[in-house]
Structures are given as structure tokens and as C-alpha cells.
Design a protein around this ligand. Structure first.
Ligand code: BGC
Length: 806
């Protein structure tokens, strides 16, 4: 232990006190020993430092900070160095705001396009997500503050996120859902990790010994701190035993007492606590050092410009019929769409940043050199069809050479705590597009949203630029691509299926009441579409440029590949070359090919560049469930160099010696997985893959409700008050949506409907404690007056106890 001597000076109470927050954002301090509080703040794409004591995520604006493009956007740059730059700038702002731990980046996989937080995550591919995350972490931590990679693990939906049990087989877990975290730990050297809210194969992640001990601490040799997601602690002792040092936010000392009592009763050894304290102290002391440098304000303008540069590299050109883009000088342009006036630039929830500056398209027009003949909103962002707005837009469109049509999703649609209902963009925007198409067909659509959408309307636009969520300078960045000042170089970090029904997890998202079964196994994103031969709208890794690139001269050695890319167009540009590997043997099922490396290169017009992508420990490995180890199968492998996952330009083969492990599967019993056709896997086959029975996926309606049941389960509670409350919540949600208050409606879903009862105690900072919660549960379970008396009695006890302490 690094701080053995200091820990020896601490009382049991002092040690336990460090294991949970002091308030919503800070850790506990121990003045007499010189241990200070440290400050934790969201988030992944900008600092959201809330005032001390600020309550729920998303309710209060943070202090102004640069809002960088979100992770889903930056992933499209495929530029790890750029990711590191973003990290550095975040680190610098963290220092300026006296933040010690930055709660990000988020590296959960995009298992399904509807996940409400996809905008905060990088990719459907663990390799790309891991590399981007590691670069962010390196950048953030270069300033001495800590990154906190999240949400560990298998947290790939928002619906019932605090109670859902993710059922996933070990190989899929390792190869798909943990690899990005593994890279963040081993290559990024993250100092902290946030455990997720959900259960993983039956156990809450922060208590899951297999995840926390065998894998994280054992195999990955992680020495940092594990922090719970806010309110995500269930059984504090089980969490501590699994090595979860810090519970956030404060529980007003209640769970510290649980630790003390468990030690006094001999249920856990004090050494376990000491080890946890040691690791937490390391986080405190090392991140505190960052503040020994003189305090410097960050340069708001410079950070804004960097944010713009990042957005420019992340924009993806998806369609460019007849080279309608870049816009020719002097063309008369009509600007249509509400998003041009009010930029859509980030998602909702705990990651919301209060931007220092905010660019809107209309304000940046003049400097772009594009000649605008006028603007019309065309639709109401949150409303229904407005024929009047459509008519006005069409009148303007008639007079223009080209129409810039700003479409997208609104802020309330992509939000933490809630998944999307569908992959469609709002109907009133499609109606507008159809109407404009009738009067002028030179339409360039500009999309603003942080996740994949369906585009049955794509035939009606000649140009399509996807800006994702470009942060506070995103609007100006888009204009620079439209005008040709910037040659687009982003490529999609996720697949765009033709229809939602095509997605492999379509039937198993967001799962049933109690659990979600990952029946599609490892076949998520392009791994599925590619293997099952399903047509998509835009493949993973796709993106156009204003120039063209030719690939040649592939050489494959045992260490990696080299090849040449030539810019055959007339302007300079950047190309993202992707290395995929496929295995010829059919003894172990696998996706047809998987991403194993990438490089982004800048090439002047007419020039050629040699690209080198090395193989690494992940190039040929697979996780063998018989040996419980990473193994290599001896076989011929295809080495594919692509401009996207479906646009393969160069191919070669290599024979690789294996590790000689026994074959893990019986082919006959897993036909869907061997065929890669996984949309309809039956329970029996899934259980064979899983190696055990799947748990009952519905709520047990016969039992009284307990700590971990959610408020939504009040619908069948014994107590009439609970059933009435349930109806009230449902009504309030319906009503708020009806009157257009969708953000407030979302908040009800997130912080009431899907909240487990224990959340009432864990997230109220001690206002309601666990004994009081017992009383509430009595009321819920049909003992109204007994429960009420209990709540009253426990409340008085708490008040007395607080007075004595004071
Ligand atoms: C989110 C985390 C976030 C935390 C603190 C939680 O609700 O899931 O991502 O860091 O709140 O705001």
C-alpha cells in the first residue's frame, strides 16, 4: 500500500467516511490529516461544473465551458491524435475550473441505434471506441487531472437502466462490450472508472466479482479507483468487497455506517477497506498535484476555435450527386430549417455543457462567402406540421439555385435516461422536404443529430452532409465544408441500416421487464450486416470527400501492413484507411471481418503516401470459453484494406500460427451463430451459447416490492396509494408530452418512473434514509398507516441523531 502510514493514523470512521461523497460532486475530506475533498464533474465533451449542492444532473446549468463535439461526432474523425487534443483542452478547462475528476469519456457500445445516449458514445466497434477513448484519457490526464471512463459495463440502453439485468455470453462480453474499456485501461491508463447502473448476468456491476476482480483488477491489472454511477450503489458491502472505492453522491454517512458495522461484526476484514482507501487517496493526492501549478484562465476564443476544428474533421459527407458540393461561387442559396437559426449541437442529460460561445448558421453566413437569398424555418422544431411554414419555405425555394435544408432531431429526443421511440426524423420535416422537392430539386440536406436515423427520403436530396452534434462551433464548421473551405474527411463510426427492423437486436431491445438478452451475441453493427449479407443505407466507415483516393501496393508481413494511397483528385484531402481481418476457418464462428486498425492521412493533390498499420495483440485473438483465455486460431486470415467496411480496395492473406486451444463450440448446436443470422435466435440456442439457463425476464408480481424494484412496478403494488401514485406519474408524463413539455416528461421517466426505490435514499443526500425507505415500502406494499408511522418514527430518530452530532 502506498499510503500505509497515513492510513494507520486514521480511525475506522474516518476511513469509512472516504468511501462515499461529501455532497453531490465532492469527496469527503479529513482536515486533521490534510486530506482534502476533490471535485468530480461531467463530462465527456465539456466541463459541466455545477455549484456545490446542485442536485439532479441536467437541472442546473454548469459554469460556462467549451462545448466540444460529442463523442459520437469526434469518432467520425477516426483521428486519435485529434481525440488527444480534445482531451488536453478538456484537461486544461478542468484545471481552470478546479475539477479533479472528469466523468468521461463514455465508451459503451452502440448495440442498438435507439439507445438515448448513443450521442455520448463513440462507436459500434470496440477497437475504434477504445482507441478514441484512450486518446481522450491521455489528453485529459496529461494535465494531472483524472479521466473516469464510463459506464462499466454492458450499459447499452437507457430504459430501466438502473434495474435491468444484461444477459450476455462471456465471449461477446469480452470481444464486444469490454474491449474498449480494456484499451482505455491498458493504453489510456485511466485513473478512474465509473461502474454502470445495470446488473451484468445477475449481479450489479459494481458488486460483480467476475467483472471487477477477475477481469478489471486481475487480468487488466487496474490500480485505479472505481466510482459508482450516481445513485448506482446497491449493497455497499458487496460493492466494497468487489473493490468499489467511491460511492457517489453522498448518502449522508449512512452507507459509511454500514461499512463500519460490517467490519465490527467481522463480516469483512478492515484490510479490504484499507486497500480501497489507499487507492482513493492516490486519486485524491495525484489529482491535487495538478493544482500546484499557478492558476490560469483558459483562453475562451482559442478553445472555441479548436472546437470548430474538431467539428470540421468529424463532419461526414454522405451524398454528393453531380458534385453539388462544394457550393459554386455566386449560387443563390435558400436556407431552410429551424436548426439553421438555433443550432442543435449537443444532447440532453448529465453531459449538458453551458457553452462559452454558441455559433448559429444564420449568424455565420456572411463570412462563409455563400450568397444567401433568405431564411425560412419551414417547420416547428417541437411541433406538428405547419402548412403556413411549408408554403413560405417553398416560396423561398422557388427563387433559389440551391436549397440548404437543415434537418435533424430535437434536444429532447436524444437524452439520457430515455431511448428513442424510432429511427425516424420528425414527420413535419419530411413533409417539408417533400413539398420543397416539388418546386426545386437542388436540395442539400444538413443533418444534426447524434445517432443513426432512417432516410427513406434520401432520393429527394442531391447532397447530404451529416454534422452529428458538432459542439458550440459546429454550425460554422458545417458552413466551411459547404463552401469548400474545408474538404470533408469524416467517416461513419456506426452503420446506418435501411430500416430499424434490420438491426440485429431489434427483437431484444430494450428487453423485457427485468432483463435484456443479448441474443445476437457478437454480431452488432457491421459485424452483423456484413456477415448476414444485409443491405444497409450507409456502411460503417463510409464517408465521401471532395477528392478521390486510389489504394495500391499492399504488403503484408507478420508485423503489419503497408500500402500506398494516392490522391487522384484536384484538391488536398484526408483519407481514413481501415484495416479489417477475416478468418477463413469455419471451426469457430466469427463476423466475416473485423476492424483491427486504421489511419488517417493528409495527402496533397496528385501525391502518394505510404501508410503503415501495425498488427497488435488484438489482430488475431478471440476469447475461448473453454480455456477462459484469449487464444489465436491457426488458420489463413484475409487482410483487407478498405475505404469503408464494404468498400474494400486491397486484399491479401496471411497464415497465422495458433495457440493450439481446443475448439470451443459444437457447430450443430449453434446454427444461427455459425451462419451469422441472429435476428431470430431461440431461447434454447441462446442458452447453449450462454452455457446456462436464462433467468425469468418478467417482474415477479407475487412478491412485495423491495429496494431494487422500480417505481413503475407500483402498477401492481398491494397498496392503493402506490397504484394511485403510479397512475399519477403516467398521467403527468402523458400530459407533459401533450402540452409539448417533452424535456420535463423525460425527466419524469428518468428520475421517477424507472428509479428503483433505493434511489429515493441514495439520491436524496440523506433527506430520506434507508429505515425511512422501509416505511415507504410498507406503504407501497399495502400497510399504509403502519408504514407512515414507521417513516415518521425514523424521521424523528434521524433528526435527533443529527442534532446530537451537531
Ligand atoms: C450518469 C453519468 C454521470 C452522472 C453524474 C449519471 O446519471 O449516468 O454518466 O456522470 O450521472 O452526473
Amino acid at each position: 500500500m502506498k499510503y500505509k502510514e497515513l492510513i494507520a493514523k486514521m480511525t475506522l470512521e474516518e476511513k469509512a467516511s472516504l468511501m462515499s461523497g461529501k455532497d453531490f460532486w465532492q469527496t469527503q475530506n479529513i482536515e486533521r490529516l490534510g486530506i482534502n475533498s476533490i471535485f468530480l464533474a461531467d463530462g465527456p465533451h465539456g466541463i459541466r461544473k455545477q455549484a456545490v449542492g446542485a442536485d439532479k444532473p441536467g437541472l442546473n446549468a454548469g459554469e460556462p465551458a467549451t462545448c466540444y463535439p460529442t463523442a459520437a461526432t469526434v469518432a467520425n474523425s477516426w483521428n486519435a491524435e485529434l481525440g488527444e487534443k480534445v482531451g488536453e483542452y478538456l484537461g486544461e478547462e478542468a484545471i481552470a475550473q478546479k475539477v479533479n475528476v472528469l466523468l468521461g469519456p463514455g465508451v459503451n457500445m452502440k448495440r442498438n441505434p435507439l439507445c438515448g445516449r448513443n450521442f455520448e458514445y463513440f462507436s459500434e466497434d470496440p477497437y475504434l471506441a477504445g482507441k478514441m477513448a484512450a486518446s481522450y484519457i491521455r489528453g485529459i490526464q496529461s494535465y494531472g487531472v483524472a479521466a473516469c471512463v464510463k459506464h462499466f459495463a454492458a450499459n447499452n440502453q437507457e430504459e430501466r437502466r438502473m434495474s435491468i439485468d444484461t444477459i450476455v455470453d462471456e465471449r461477446t462480453l469480452r470481444e464486444i462490450y469490454l474491449t474498449a474499456f480494456e484499451i482505455a485501461v491498458k493504453e489510456g491508463k485511466t485513473k478512474s472508472i465509473m461502474s454502470s447502473y445495470n446488473k451484468l448476468n445477475g449481479t450489479y456491476t459494481n458488486e460483480n466479482l467476475h467483472l471487477m476482480q477477475d477481469i478489471l483488477r486481475g487480468e487488466w491489472d487496474y490500480k485505479g479507483t472505481v466510482i459508482t454511477d450516481w445513485g448506482g450503489s446497491n449493497d455497499r458491502i458487496a460493492g466494497l468487497l468487489a473493490g468499489n472505492e467511491l460511492e457517489m453522491p453522498t448518502t449522508a454517512g449512512e452507507t459509511d455506517q454500514e461499512i463500519i458495522q460490517a467490519i465490527k461484526r467481522g463480516e469483512i476484514k478492515e484490510d479490504v477497506l484499507d486497500e480501497c482507501v489507499d487507492r482513493l487517496l492516490d486519486l485524491i493526492f495525484t489529482t491535487e498535484k495538478a493544482y500546484q501549478r499557478p492558476h490560469v484562465e483558459f483562453n475562451v476564443e482559442r478553445h472555441h476555435r479548436v472546437s470548430q476544428k474538431v467539428a470540421e474533421e468529424s463532419i461526414v459527407l454522405l451524398k454528393n450527386e453531380g458534385n453539388i458540393l462544394p457550393l459554386r461561387f455566386g449560387k443563390k442559396v435558400a436556407v431552410i430549417g429551424d436548426f439553421a437559426k438555433d443550432a442543435r449541437y449537443q444532447g440532453a442529460g448529465s453531459s449538458i455543457v453551458n457553452p462559452t460561445i454558441l455559433d448559429h448558421t444564420l449568424d455565420c453566413f456572411e463570412e462563409s462567402g455563400i450568397v444567401s437569398i433568405g431564411y425560412e424555418p419551414g417547420f416547428e422544431r417541437y411541433g406538428k406540421k405547419s402548412q403556413h411554414k411549408i408554403d413560405e419555405a417553398c416560396e423561398l425555394a422557388k427563387k433559389a439555385d440551391v436549397i440548404l435544408l437543415y434537418l435533424g432531431l430535437d434536444e429532447a429526443t436524444e437524452a439520457e435516461g430515455l431511448d428513442r421511440d424510432s429511427m425516424k426524423i420528425p414527420e413535419n420535416q419530411i413533409q417539408l422536404l417533400n413539398a420543397i422537392y416539388e418546386v426545386n430539386q437542388n436540395i442539400i440536406a444538413i443533418l444534426s443529430c447524434g445517432s443513426a436515423v432512417e432516410m427513406p427520403w434520401i432520393g429527394k436530396v442531391k447532397g447530404l452532409l451529416h454534422g452529428y452534434l458538432g459542439g458550440q462551433a459546429g454550425a460554422r464548421a458545417i458552413l466551411r465544408v459547404l463552401s469548400g473551405d474545408v474538404n470533408p474527411s469524416g467517416k461513419l463510426a456506426e452503420t446506418y441500416p435501411l430500416r430499424y427492423e434490420d438491426t440485429p437486436s431489434f427483437r431484444h431491445f430494450p428487453g423485457n421487464e427485468a432483463s435484456v438478452e443479448y441474443r445476437e451475441g457478437m454480431y452488432i453493427g457491421y459485424r452483423y450486416y456484413d456477415t448476414a449479407d444485409v443491405n444497409v443505407l450507409f456502411p460503417f466507415g463510409f464517408g465521401l470527400s471532395y477528392t478521390t483516393f486510389v489504394y495500391s501496393d499492399l504488403e503484408v508481413t507478420k508485423d503489419g501492413v503497408t500500402f500506398i494511397i494516392t490522391n487522384t483528385g484536384r484538391i488536398a484531402g484526408m483519407e481514413i484507411a481501415q484495416l479489417y481481418v477475416g478468418c477463413d476457418s469455419e471451426d469457430i464462428f466469427r463476423p466475416k471481418k473485423e476492424l483491427k486498425g486504421f489511419d488517417k492521412v493528409f495527402i496533397n493533390a496528385g501525391e502518394s503516401k505510404k501508410v503503415k498499420i501495425p498488427f497488435d495483440d488484438k489482430t488475431f485473438r478471440y476469447y475461448n470459453i473453454k480455456t477462459n483465455k484469449w487464444e489465436i486460431e491457426e488458420a489463413e486470415y484475409s487482410v483487407l484494406i478498405g475505404a469503408s467496411s464494404t468498400d474494400i480496395r486491397l486484399v491479401d492473406r496471411i497464415h497465422v500460427e495458433g495457440t493450439g486451444a481446443p475448439l470451443p463450440y459444437d457447430k450443430i448446436k449453434l446454427p444461427s451463430y455459425f451462419a451469422g443470422k441472429v435476428t431470430n435466435v431461440d431461447e434454447e440456442e441462446f442458452e447453449i451459447l450462454l452455457g446456462r439457463k436464462v433467468p425469468v425476464s418478467t417482474w415477479d408480481r407475487t412478491k412485495p416490492l423491495g429496494y431494487n424494484d422500480i417505481i413503475a412496478q407500483c402498477q401492481y403494488a398491494k397498496g392503493w396509494v402506490a397504484r394511485f401514485t403510479y397512475r399519477l406519474v403516467v398521467f403527468a408524463h402523458w400530459y407533459l408530452r401533450k402540452v409539448g413539455k417533452r424535456s420535463s416528461a423525460n425527466l419524469i421517466m428518468m428520475s421517477i418512473y424507472h428509479m428503483p426505490f433505493r434511489g429515493i435514499a441514495r439520491l436524496t443526500g440523506g433527506v430520506v434514509n434507508m429505515p425511512m425507505l422501509d416505511g415507504i415500502l410498507m406503504m407501497v406494499n399495502g400497510h399504509f398507516f403502519k408504514g407512515l408511522r414507521h417513516v415518521w418514527k425514523e424521521r424523528n430518530k434521524k433528526v435527533r441523531f443529527t442534532k446530537v452530532k451537531l
